[in-house]
Design a protein around this ligand. Structure first.
Ligand code: HEM
Length: 79
């Protein structure tokens, strides 16, 4: 999404977790839908706040970009 909330088309080769080309993951659409469903259900049920003043370091030692020490958040159940 752009900063003004518009959809921006990017080449598929920029997103690597599922591979690209003729042998790319056949479960990609299903997996992304499942991840979105999980995320939607978490934010619907809980208020998620990132814990302040924590060290957040990115690592590229694995194929997908990830945080080295995780990302601590607090969850408060929505009423
Ligand atoms: C987060 C979940 C998943 C990730 C990150 C993932 C990632 C990958 C990657 C990196 C490949 C190799 C692509 C390549 O060789 O270029 C692959 C292949 C494949 N994946 Fe997944 N995958 C996921 C879930 C699934 C699911 C749920 C299914 C089936 C329902 C699935 C079915 C396949 C199949 C059949 C291939 C082989 C495709 C081929 O060689 O033609 N994947 N996946």
């Amino acid at each position: 999404m752009s900063e003004v909330g518009e959809f921006v088309q990017k080449p598929a080769s920029l997103y690597l977790p599922f591979g690209v080309g003729p042998r790319a993951c056949l479960g990609k659409e299903l997996s992304v839908k499942m991840m979105k469903t999980v995320a939607i259900n978490v934010v619907r049920r809980y208020e998620v706040k990132v814990v302040e003043n924590q060290r957040v370091a990115m690592t590229n030692k694995v194929l997908s970009l990830t945080t080295r020490h995780g990302l601590k958040v607090t969850l408060k159940k929505r009423l």
